[in-house]
Design a protein around this ligand. Structure first.
Ligand code: ADP
Ligand code: ADP
Length: 227
């Protein structure tokens, strides 16, 4: 079991303004699983992804990744743990404007001291995502869809055990969406990576191993390849 979410509740704010974004969520995800996280807007998807990624802390409950309870890690340990184990694809891309595509993608590797960049792997990744010709371009020279693919390449660059993606195909046309899903699936298969991907696209969700549905901060599982 690579990822465990145990009775996690998240409440934002206090008193009358309190919002219960997650309400006692329990979830287990195996190594190598490619899971879709679906639910209406405001159902708690981003909150769950942020908690699993250690970007915010639960009000109650525990999250364990690779047998490490992430809330128990000190701030510095968490930063290193996250960098080594988790690849993020955020909705706003968060690319570095002063770095070109190649350097944005290799940033998580070069940040991880002592790790050398596997240029052949990065080249393959960029080619598979249709970005190789764009490697010397800067983010502001790219379309939204291209920037999104750079963010995906960057999330994969470190070959992380867990990939957390918030609508990674949201801004892509259907052909590019299928290409990106193929790249994620191939990476997950080859490196036994666990992927948790938020999507609004039911057809895309159906191509995943598993569909986790979230509604009003609670999890319901049905549908998907495993029924
Ligand atoms: P989703 O990603 O499914 O759209 P979110 O996790 O963003 O849902 O939000 C779940 C609930 O928590 C919503 O009611 C939202 O308004 C609320 N929420 C999210 N982030 C915050 C925040 N930082 N402060 C207060 N309320 C928040
Ligand atoms: P440095 O070690 O000074 O960072 P590099 O030789 O690693 O320089 O990279 C120089 C530039 O070439 C970088 O900005 C990067 O964008 C690009 N680059 C590095 N390796 C490759 C590669 N295998 N293919 C294409 N571009 C690359």
């Amino acid at each position: 079991m690579i990822l465990q979410v145990k009775d996690v509740t998240k409440i934002y704010g206090q008193g009358e303004n309190a919002v219960k974004a997650l309400n006692g969520i329990t979830l287990e995800i195996e190594q190598g699983e490619f899971a879709a996280l679906v639910g209406t807007s405001g159902s708690g998807k981003s909150t769950l992804l942020n908690l699993i990624g250690g970007l915010d802390v639960p009000t109650k409950g525990e999250i364990t990744i690779r047998d490490r309870e992430i809330q128990s890690l000190k701030r510095g340990e968490l930063t290193v743990f996250r960098r080594r184990n988790i690849g993020f694809v955020f909705q706003n891309y968060s690319l570095m404007p002063v770095l070109n595509v190649y350097d944005n993608v290799t940033l998580p590797v070069t940040f991880d001291k002592g790790k050398h960049v596997d240029h052949r792997y990065i080249e393959e990744l960029l080619k598979n995502l249709g970005l190789w010709e764009k490697r010397k371009k800067y983010p502001d020279e790219l379309s939204g869809g291209q920037q999104q693919r750079v963010a995906i390449a960057r999330a994969l660059a470190n070959k992380p055990a867990v990939i957390l993606a918030d609508e990674p195909t949201g801004n892509l046309d259907s052909k590019t969406t299928m290409d990106v899903m193929g790249v994620l699936k191939a990476s997950s298969d080859k490196y036994h990576q666990t992927i948790l991907m938020v999507t609004h696209n039911e057809a895309i969700a159906q191509t995943c191993d598993r569909i986790i549905r979230i509604e009003d901060g609670r999890v319901y599982e049905r549908g998907g390849a495993w029924g």
